[in-house]
Design a protein around this ligand. Structure first.
Ligand code: NAD
Length: 352
């Protein structure tokens, strides 16, 4: 029998199609009127269109959210927060926009309403990563946990299929690590298995038929569950290595997760038999690591760090850096085995 602690997420979640229309009512429930809408430059049009739906409430728009939440960008956004005297932040976008929303909440304690448009899962966590002077640091604090999340599948239809594929595998990584986390619990494990099943089923269908709503809905549902997994359990080697590759080598977030996940799953498999049994059920395969590698292939993702532009030396060095402030991992870190894993991931060989 496994002892555990379970705490449910305090976030109010609205899920469906056309749910963006409930934004004004959600603002009403929070008793707020002056919203600051956030997006990246690429999604500025979406932010403007959604801002136009909240009636006569005062609004401000800041559309310069940037990957890895640089503090200079937060400083810049704070001038708009002050100028519009915002009493709520509304984030429309992926992890980068939600990161900016959290950074503003950390400084101001303003409530957040988040409309996620990718599958990264940040909306369901109390984690914030910020970059200052080229260094990314992460902290966990309830101050940044969004109050309301509105999942609207319609907002995800514009996610290009290739990005949906890697973003979805990024989400699966949260579920995989939740299944073998030191602080895992039966409720989150149920969610994790269901999340992997939903995403593995939906992602190839999105690539085959990008305009179909049903698989997009399945993927968003899986991504929500994955976000819950990330927000509820401690991450292990996979997130550590991706953090190193992103933070120290500037590697792209979702694509790096996609390359590394099959390899870390194979590395941890001998030490996490229950997690592997769960993944086998979810993926319909006796070899979950191989199934994840095949899933990455099925969505047309790049499967090597080399193709993402990393040198072999840097890949090996990244493996070594996982020993610095190492995260708990079910299988102890072994320098030789890790180097061999990084070499395979660099070359794009199947996991072993
Ligand atoms: P992202 O937010 O940077 O999005 C990538 C690009 O895709 C952006 O240009 C964005 O505007 C665009 N995009 C997003 N959704 C779209 C859509 N539906 N249609 C068209 N374009 C769309 O990337 P991401 O992978 O979502 O997030 C990555 C960032 O999130 C990283 O910085 C990562 O560290 C952070 N993150 C944080 C947490 C946390 O809990 N704090 C969790 C996961 C990820």
């Amino acid at each position: 029998m496994q002892s555990f602690i379970y705490k449910s997420a305090p976030t109010r979640v609205i899920f469906g199609s056309g749910t963006v229309s409930q934004l004004a009512a959600e603002m009403e429930l929070l008793s707020v009127r002056r919203a600051l809408f956030l997006s990246t430059p690429e999604q500025a049009g979406d932010a403007e269109a959604i801002a136009a739906t909240v009636g006569d409430r005062d609004i401000g728009i800041y559309s310069n959210a940037t990957m890895h939440t640089p503090v200079e960008v937060t400083d810049d956004a704070m001038t708009t927060v002050t100028a519009c005297n915002a009493d709520v932040v509304v984030a429309i976008g992926g992890g980068s926009t939600i990161g900016l929303s959290k950074a503003i909440a950390l400084r101001t304690d303003l409530p957040q309403i988040v409309l996620p448009t990718s599958y990264a899962g940040s909306e369901m966590t109390a984690i914030i990563g910020q970059t200052e002077g080229g260094r990314k640091t992460t902290q966990t604090t309830p101050r940044v946990q969004p109050e309301v999340v509105i999942y609207d599948v319609d907002l995800t239809m514009s996610l290009p299929p290739a990005m949906a594929g890697t973003s979805g595998i990024n989400a699966i990584a949260h579920a995989v690590e939740a299944l073998y986390a030191q602080d895992r619990n039966p409720v989150i494990s149920l969610m994790a298995e269901e999340a992997v099943r939903a995403l593995a089923e939906a992602l190839p269908r999105i690539v085959a038929d990008p305009g179909a709503v049903d698989p997009r809905g399945g993927a968003l549902y899986g991504a929500w569950l994955c976000g819950m997994c990330l927000g509820s359990t401690g991450a292990a080697l996979h997130h550590k290595i991706c953090h190193v590759l992103g933070g120290s080598f500037g590697m792209p977030h979702a694509e790096t997760h996609t390359v590394m996940l099959p390899h870390v799953t194979a590395y941890n498999a001998p030490a996490a038999p229950e997690a592997m049994a769960s993944l086998s059920r979810a993926l319909g395969s006796p070899d979950p690591a191989r199934a994840l590698f095949d899933l990455a292939g099925a969505v047309g993702a790049r499967r090597s760090l080399r193709e993402l532009g990393l040198t072999l030396d840097a890949a090996v060095e990244a493996g070594r850096l996982t020993f610095e402030n190492a995260y708990w991992n079910p299988r102890p870190l072994d320098a030789e085995a890790l180097e061999s894993m990084m070499r395979r991931a660099w070359a794009g060989e199947p996991p072993k």
